[in-house]
Design a protein around this ligand. Structure first.
Ligand SMILES: C[S@@+](CC[C@H](N)C(=O)[O-])C[C@H]1O[C@@H](n2cnc3c(N)ncnc32)[C@H](O)[C@@H]1O
Length: 235
C-alpha cells in the first residue's frame, strides 16, 4: 500500500482483482507468495528419483523431461539436475539424447533469480553437501557460487501460473509439484492435479510436498509407497 500510495485496502484489492494496473497486480502477487525453498528439500523425493524413477526410465528411453511446477528460486530444479548428473556418473550413456528440466513459477522475481543461478553463502548452506558444491558449482562474486554451466544447460525457467492452460508446456516424464497446492481451494487444486495428469506421459510420476495429498484428483493417480516416502503414478 505504501509503495503504490494507497490508503484504502478495499480500493487496492479491487484494482488488483480488476488487473487495471499490471505493475500493481504483479507486486501484490510477489508480496503474497511464499518463496521458501532449499536444496534437496525433504531428501526423499530425490532418493525416489535416483533409486526408482531414473533407473526405470533409463531402461526404456534415452531422453527425459522433468517439470518443477513451482520452482521458486531454482533450488528444486537444480537439485533434480544434480541427481541426474550423479545418476549419469553411475550409468554412463543414460539419457544420452537429452535431459530437459523445466522450472516454472508465478513470481517473475524468483524466476529471474533462478535463471541467474547464483546463490549466497546462506542459501548454499541449506541442504547442499561440500561434495555437491565442489562438483556442481563455480565461484561467483564474494562467497556466492553459481550452478555450473553443464547443469544450467539442462534447466530452463519461465513464469507460469498453475491456473492457466498447460497446453504450451508439452509432456513430462516426472512432475515435482511441491509446497504450492496449499495456496488453492479444493476445486482449483483438483483442476491443477487433473491438468498435471494430462501433462504426464503414460505411467508418468508425480511428487508432491511432504504434507500434501491428492484430494479429489485421486482417480487420476495411484499412490506408490516406498521405504523412503511416497509418490504418485498416472493411471
Ligand atoms: C513454498 S515455494 C515452493 C518451492 C519448491 N517447490 C519447494 O518445495 O521448495 C511455493 C512457490 O509457489 C509459487 N506459486 C504460488 N502460486 C502459484 C501459482 N498460482 N502458479 C505458479 N506458482 C505459484 C510461489 O511463487 C512460490 O515460489
Amino acid at each position: 500500500m505504501h509503495r503504490f500510495e494507497f490508503n484504502d485496502i478495499d480500493k487496492l484489492i479491487s484494482m488488483v482483482i480488476g488487473q487495471t494496473n499490471t505493475g500493481l497486480t504483479q507486486a501484490a502477487l510477489e508480496a503474497m507468495t511464499t518463496n521458501e525453498t532449499l536444496w534437496f528439500r525433504d531428501k526423499y523425493p530425490f532418493d525416489i528419483l535416483q533409486d526408482t524413477l531414473l533407473p526405470e526410465l533409463s531402461k526404456k528411453q534415452n531422453r527425459i523431461r522433468i517439470w518443477s511446477a513451482a520452482s521458486s528460486t531454482g533450488q528444486e530444479a537444480y537439485s533434480i539436475a544434480i541427481t541426474l548428473a550423479e545418476f549419469q556418473k553411475k550409468h554412463p550413456g543414460a539419457f544420452s539424447h537429452g535431459v530437459e528440466i523445466v522450472g516454472t513459477d508465478l513470481s517473475t522475481e524468483v524466476v529471474t533469480k533462478a535463471k541467474a543461478a547464483i546463490y549466497d553463502e546462506l542459501s548454499l548452506k541449506r541442504g547442499l553437501t561440500e561434495y555437491f558444491k565442489k562438483h556442481y558449482f563455480e565461484p561467483a562474486s564474494g562467497s556466492s557460487m553459481r550452478v555450473s554451466q553443464a547443469l544450467r544447460d539442462w534447466v530452463s525457467f519461465r513464469s507460469f501460473n498453475l491456473t492457466q492452460s498447460f497446453a504450451s508446456l508439452g509432456k513430462f516424464d516426472i512432475v515435482f509439484c511441491r509446497n504450492v497446492l496449499i495456496y488453492f481451494d479444493v476445486e482449483r487444486k483438483d483442476k491443477i492435479l487433473q491438468d498435471i495428469s494430462a501433462s504426464l506421459h503414460d505411467n508418468g510420476s508425480l511428487i508432491l510436498g511432504a504434507s500434501e495429498s491428492l484430494g479429489g484428483a485421486s482417480k487420476k493417480f495411484t499412490m506408490v509407497t516406498q521405504a523412503s516416502g511416497l509418490y504418485y503414478r498416472k493411471v
